[in-house]
Design a protein. Structure first.
Length: 573
């Protein structure tokens, strides 16, 4: 098998070929490898597996299953692990500042392990929100043949004969605060909402980015919607290990797959599924790794012109298991391609184009989750980009399932999420207000926290669409309601959001794509003269270091120049 691979052209030659590498080979012999094993290409199996949350508990099992596929097709697997920060546990407190930062740490740690050990290819396994884009960013940065494998979603919980997810628990917290739910009900739901292994079941950030993996061509077809507990997940892992060796033989790399057209395909699939607004952060970050200009407004343009066709939570009725049973991401893309909403010529890790893969799928007219593009849930995407005097560098809102798309009201300003959550708990929020949470951006937080605890509690109070919420932070993919995130420039950079005062009129129009602070320029100029940059509490450690170099949310909140500044690509060493 190994004879078909020319190691003289692969990175692993630096640790395994020639007399001068005898010390290096001695380490491999120590681990039980044979001379034949060492002569094979080395394939990294990067797992974000851990005991931190159910999203990640099966990833190591899947990564180990992939060994058989790699070995069976001529490679030598080498597994290592990276971290995750799981949003469902980090949510609603200072720990959430670690979440987005972890995306960069994941990408960096995978890069460093692959670089340091000169691996020739990469199969990455991820389960929770930031670990998916972090793993795909590493693939694009390294540009070795790579396949992305999602660990799979959790099965829905059952409560009062209804499917429930963790979001229902967050929302019940608000009902309890409103006196509309006894503590026994809250405790009963929390025990059944998450019945086992896997990532959040709705079309939240993890499943959104899992869909991106297939749409952008880095994952095997119809692999990512398979729930985590299903035995077919191990078969998918073996297939990924086998297929990555085909990519090594062909020299097919991620940057040849993830072209600008592929990024547009991915953004359209996010819109069509009513996916997480976090995709508008992660797609530009991934594009940066490939040297492609693709910012918030490019994402928003794809969103604007794409119909919303998948009836998924939180705006709809179904969860990932239902989408899998309906035919998966490729069933969705079947009708999108037929309607002219996808570029079928983009290459994928199968070695075939997206269109060729889709040709193997038969449309199922009997399923209820995915609508035909000719009869969509709504004619434009479930996520909308905004721009205006309050957000010159843009903002983002998920409108899937919303009934009200225009909102105008007086501002009520909070300097951090905790202050706003306290006001919600105290039931002092007034219908018609525009809640503004600032200094929660990538730099100002630091770390750009999600606000699910606050938005879910608002829904629990029955205020979900009776107020609007604007922040330079971000929202969970599980958030619903009139919630605008990623406002830029952020408050820490002196953006207009830093100048808002209680009572200022703010107008949001998600139909026109605008967000405006209705205050005279002269007044804003006077306020700017008084404004002082705020010093956050994190003046040492990883959060401090992140804040020094992080860029704007509109370009993905990235921390390095990306492929455009490269002098050489790792895969070419």
């Amino acid at each position: 098998m190994s004879n078909r691979f020319d190691k003289s052209r692969l990175p692993s030659r630096h640790v395994s070929v020639g007399p001068e590498r005898a010390p290096h080979r001695s380490y491999y012999y120590a681990m039980g490898l044979t001379e034949e094993d060492i002569a094979r290409p080395f394939v990294a199996l990067a797992s974000a597996g851990n005991d931190s949350a159910p999203c990640n508990t099966l990833l190591d099992v899947q990564a180990d299953a992939a060994r058989a596929g790699v070995i069976g097709n001529g490679g030598m697997p080498r597994r290592f692990n990276t971290i995750t920060v799981t949003d469902g546990i980090a949510m609603g407190h200072q720990g959430m500042k670690s979440s987005l930062v972890s995306r960069e740490v994941i990408a960096d740690s995978v890069e460093l392990s692959v670089r340091g050990h000169c691996y020739d290819a990469l199969v990455g396994f991820a389960g929770c929100d930031k670990s998916l884009p972090g793993m795909m960013m590493a693939m694009l940065r390294l540009n070795v043949p790579s396949i992305f494998v999602y660990g799979g979603s959790i099965l829905p919980g059952r409560f009062h004969d209804k499917d429930v997810t963790v979001v229902d628990v967050f929302e019940v917290v608000g009902k309890f605060a409103a006196g509309a739910c006894p503590i026994e009900e809250l405790h009963a739901m929390e025990k059944v909402a998450c019945p086992g292994h896997g990532a959040c079941g709705g079309q939240f950030t993890a499943n959104t980015m899992a869909c991106v993996g297939e749409a952008i061509g880095l994952s095997l077809p119809n692999s990512n919607m398979v729930p985590a507990p299903y035995s077919t997940r191990e078969q998918i892992a073996v297939a990924a290990g086998h297929q990555v060796m085909e990519l090594v033989e062909r020299g097919l790399r991620p940057r040849a797959i993830c072209t600008r057209a592929a990024f547009i395909n991915a953004a359209r699939v996010v819109a069509a599924t009513g996916g997480s607004t976090n995709a508008a952060l992660h797609l530009p970050a991934m594009a940066n790794e490939a040297g492609i200009d693709f910012d918030l407004f490019d994402v928003a343009e794809a969103f604007r012109s794409t119909p919303y066709i998948a009836d998924l939570k939180p705006g709809g009725r179904y969860v990932a298991k239902d989408m899998y049973e309906a035919g998966g991401v490729y069933m969705l893309m079947k009708t999108m391609l037929a309607g002219g909403f996808l570029d079928g010529d983009c290459m994928t890790v199968t070695g075939r184009t997206l269109g060729e893969n889709i040709d193997q799928v038969t449309w199922n007219p009997d399923q209820k989750v995915i609508y035909d593009v000719r009869t969509p849930l709504s004619p434009t995407g479930g996520v909308v980009g905004l721009r205006g005097s309050l957000a010159p560098e843009g903002a983002i809102v998920k409108v899937a399932g919303m009934h009200r798309l225009i909102f105008e009201g007086p501002a009520r300003v909070f300097e951090c999420e905790e202050d706003c959550f306290a006001a919600v708990e105290a039931r002092s929020i007034v219908e018609g207000e525009v809640l503004v949470i600032r200094y929660e951006g990538p730099k100002g937080g630091p770390g750009m926290r999600e606000m699910l605890s606050t938005t879910a509690a608002l829904y629990g109070l029955g205020m979900g669409e009776k107020v609007a919420l604007i922040t330079d932070g971000r929202f969970s993919g599980a958030t619903r309601g009139f919630c605008i995130g990623h406002v830029g420039p952020e408050a820490a950079d002196g953006g207009p959001i830093a100048l808002v005062e209680d009572g200022d009129a703010i107008r949001i129009d998600a139909e026109a794509g605008t967000i405006d602070l209705l205050v005279d320029d002269a007044v804003l100029t006077e306020r700017r003269g008084r404004w002082q940059p705020r010093v956050n509490d994190y003046q040492a450690g990883a959060l401090w270091r992140y804040a020094q170099g992080v860029g704007p949310a509109s370009r993905g909140a990235v921390t390095h120049p990306g492929a455009k500044a490269e002098r050489h690509v790792y895969a070419d060493i």
